[in-house]
Design a binder for this molecule. Structure first.
Ligand code: HEC
Ligand code: HEC
Length: 371
């Protein structure tokens, strides 16, 4: 490997060293590898429960909608152990309601559950799209727990597909190569190929223009730094990292990838709150009650409690339901949640005008339809 390729394959995200990702960006996979990866992604079951990657990451969107779940026949491989209401159970109300699957995560050493000796927790998580992500986002999973596409795929095969044969590293590489060819639009594909960053859509109507301003005006020196409230977190070319405005107002480092959008705090979509105890050394314990701790389940750091990977917004229109637990079934529920959130921030931080009025909500809805 050339030095430049090695450097390209070492990406530092939030102080987290991620190796391997992007290594084959410098060394494009052959058409044969991509074709083979597609076949495996779509068809390979490795003597498991019959699920393939395509069972959940569908061809049309790379994700899975409630409609798609409800169109599947009850014999479909979709309805296996982690789709059930409890692992291995035989009722499937939850997956029919919000297309989530149960994910079990080991607790970090210094974290325990109050009043329990359990060393893992099980939380419902929705299916994010594999479009754009594989080629353009080194942070994988809502909590960033997988460090590269190959380990991620192997783990998915064990967890979701209950495989009894193990894929080879060539097969895992080919699946990764295939996923890197999946984009929600040509402009994202061109960006991945080294082209210009995708541009936000233009606003046409007066309402869209106000919505765009609410979304995007992020110049902290423009005398009105409370605008640009979406781009504070949905910034950068992929709309998935924090912006200079968020730094100016809240001191959040530019480019932060994990943050709380208050989905767990506000119990959007319900869920079961559990009390997590963080051992901070010498009889110093911090207890956080949450439906899903997100990033802190991986880092063990209470500062990461309820933080999740900021989703890209490119292609989002096609991938409802939204948020890590599919807590918002559609754009209206999503914006109702953000209205609560912005009004809460206005009240707590005392930033007059930071909140979201019903008019703002209608405007932002009109604008993001164009994304
Ligand atoms: C049973 C449904 C299911 C199957 C089958 C499945 N996945 Fe997933 N996938 C998920 C869920 C749920 C998540 C998010 C979990 C989380 O963040 O905790 C996910 C996340 C991902 C991500 C991360 C996307 C992002 O934006 O961070 C990738 C990549 C991925 N899956 C690829 C695959 C591959 C490759 C296969 C086949 C080997 C596969 N998945 C099989 C449900 C599934
Ligand atoms: C404080 C940071 C923050 C702000 C401000 C913010 N978001 Fe988000 N957004 C996030 C995070 C984090 C997620 C993922 C949350 C999760 O998975 O629980 C997310 C997820 C989303 C999603 C879901 C994408 C998908 O594919 O599931 C949409 C859509 C979205 N945001 C739109 C917006 C809009 C529109 C605004 C402005 C009204 C906004 N966001 C403001 C941090 C933020």
């Amino acid at each position: 490997m050339k030095l430049t390729q090695m450097l390209a394959s070492l990406l530092v995200v939030n102080g987290l060293l991620i190796t391997g990702v992007g290594a084959d960006a410098a060394d494009p996979a052959s058409a044969r590898q991509v074709q083979h990866g597609r076949k495996l992604f779509n068809k390979a079951t490795f003597e498991g429960n019959g699920r393939t990657c395509l069972t959940c990451h569908t061809q049309k969107t790379g994700a899975l909608s409630v409609e798609q779940v409800n169109r599947s026949s009850s014999h479909d491989a979709l309805f296996q152990h982690d789709a059930a209401d409890v692992i291995g159970g035989n009722t499937f109300d939850r997956v029919h309601f919000n297309a989530t699957f149960l994910v079990t995560i080991d607790l970090p050493e210094k974290v325990r559950l109050a009043g329990s000796t359990a060393r893992s927790v099980t939380v419902p998580r929705g299916v994010p799209s594999v479009f754009n992500t594989a080629a353009l986002d080194p942070v994988l999973m809502y909590d960033g727990r997988q460090l590269n596409l190959q380990d991620q795929a192997l783990d998915a095969y064990f967890r979701h597909s209950q495989i009894t044969e193990v894929p080879s590293s060539d097969e895992l590489n080919d699946i990764a190569s295939f996923q890197k060819t999946l984009f929600s639009s040509d402009s994202l594909r061109q960006f991945a190929d080294g082209g210009a960053a995708p541009e936000l859509p233009k606003a046409v109507t007066a309402s869209e223009k106000r919505g765009r301003l609410f979304f995007t005006d992020d110049n902290p020196s423009n005398g009105n730094p409370i605008k640009g409230r979406c781009v504070h977190c949905h910034g950068g070319p992929l709309l998935n990292a924090t912006s200079p405005g968020a730094n100016a107002i809240f001191g959040i480092p530019v480019g932060t990838r994990f943050i709380s959008a208050f989905v767990s705090e506000f119990e959007l979509g319900g869920g079961t709150p559990l009390s997590y105890v963080f051992n901070e050394g010498e009889s110093n314990e911090i207890t956080v009650t949450s439906t899903d701790l997100g990033r802190a389940l991986i880092t063990g750091d209470p500062a990461d409690a309820n933080a999740f990977k900021i989703s890209t917004l490119w292609g989002f229109k096609e991938t409802a339901p939204y948020m890590h637990n599919s807590g918002a079934l559609d754009v209206d529920q999503l914006l109702d949640h953000y209205q609560l959130y912005f009004n809460f921030v206005e009240n707590v931080a005392g930033i007059v005008g930071f909140g979201m009025s019903d008019q703002d909500k209608a405007d932002i809805k009109a604008y993001i339809k164009r994304m």
